[in-house]
Write a protein that binds this ligand. Sequence first.
Ligand code: URA
Length: 248
Amino acid sequence: MVRLDKFLAEMGKGTRSEIKKYIKQGRVRVNDKVVKAADLKIDPDSCLVTFDDVKVAYEEYVYYMLNKPKGVVSATSDNRNKTVIDIISKDDRRRDLFPMGRLDIDTTGLLIISNDGELSHRLLSPKYHVDKCYYAVVEGMVTEDDVDTLKEPVNIGSEEEPMLTMPAVLEIVSAGEDKSEVYLTIKEGKYHQVKRMMAKINHQVMELKRVTFGGLKLDEKLKEGEYRRLSEEEVSMLKDPSEQSSSG
Ligand code: URA
């Protein structure tokens, strides 16, 4: 059972105070009766709630795939920058949405936005080695030696405080004197990990885009700044990444 105003706020119908006002105005009905008490306890699974005569469907969890653009931070609120949550339209926005993990402000690509805290915790836990593949444009010519180097742990920390990476897969897409294109697949999510790994082998990252996360592929139809719901199949894939990668 949940308070009516809390339920409507979670379903994105406004802030708690706006919703209290709407309820007073008689715009909310529960099982066809106008309700004026914001603190009424309802069972969202069995009650029919309408707002301005439109059914408010109850969804416990939602999952969106966003193609994150540059210039947007992976946070729920920020004083200076637009956040990934600001991209979610008013109709889809709920108070409990958050990004599953972080991409740097200048990184683009696949980011999951959800309200499923337990799944997020599991996927981001260092115990679960969920594969994440990044496409990068880097300075200089990437070589097979670089590929071999990143197959082994490298220290992306300092001498005093080493931070060893797990073996990663570097694939060369193109290699020129000035710049190269690569895919780097890692199983961790350390701070600035890809940039630091590439810097370690003397290739500054110029462009970075995440293309896969835990078996999910970035939908090529999504332009930067666009998002869509995950299909049921994709949600199952996300919930069971063991088929794509190992845990433990
Ligand atoms: N690694 C980085 O360096 N930056 C990101 O945004 C993601 C992975």
